[in-house]
Design a binder for this molecule. Structure first.
Ligand SMILES: [Zn+2]
Length: 115
């Protein structure tokens, strides 16, 4: 389950960011998980909630935002949501659109409480 490693990395990044800002405590953190990132959102949430500890992170609320996959057609440039690479463009019917969003995994927001 690689979500554990990812969760540790997210928490490390959150802690470093908060420390750099001189915060005492992280109140809330929000992670964006692309539908196609290979990460299961609920598993990641569980890992984050299990691994958060200490004064800085122990009471941080975990928010997960799932971003749906978005494709861009190479023929006409239309962007559309699809369930897979083999879905044709809804406008011109061309196949083989490029994935432009939905494979990301990032720490998007951090609410902190100052010392
Ligand atoms: Zn098209």
């Amino acid at each position: 389950m690689h979500e554990t490693g990812i969760a540790m990395e997210v928490l490390r990044l959150a802690r470093e960011t908060a420390e750099r800002e001189g915060a005492r405590r992280i109140v809330r953190l929000k992670v964006v998980v692309g539908r196609w990132s290979g990460v299961e959102p609920e598993t990641l949430r569980f890992a984050l909630e299990t691994l958060r500890e200490g004064e800085m992170l122990g009471s941080a609320a975990v928010e997960i935002e799932v971003r749906e996959a978005e494709f861009e057609c190479g023929g006409c440039g239309t962007r559309f949501g699809a369930s897979g690479y083999f879905d044709p463009c809804p406008r011109c019917g061309q196949e083989g659109a490029e994935l432009v969003a939905g494979d990301e995994l990032l720490l998007k927001e951090l609410d902190v409480e100052d010392a």
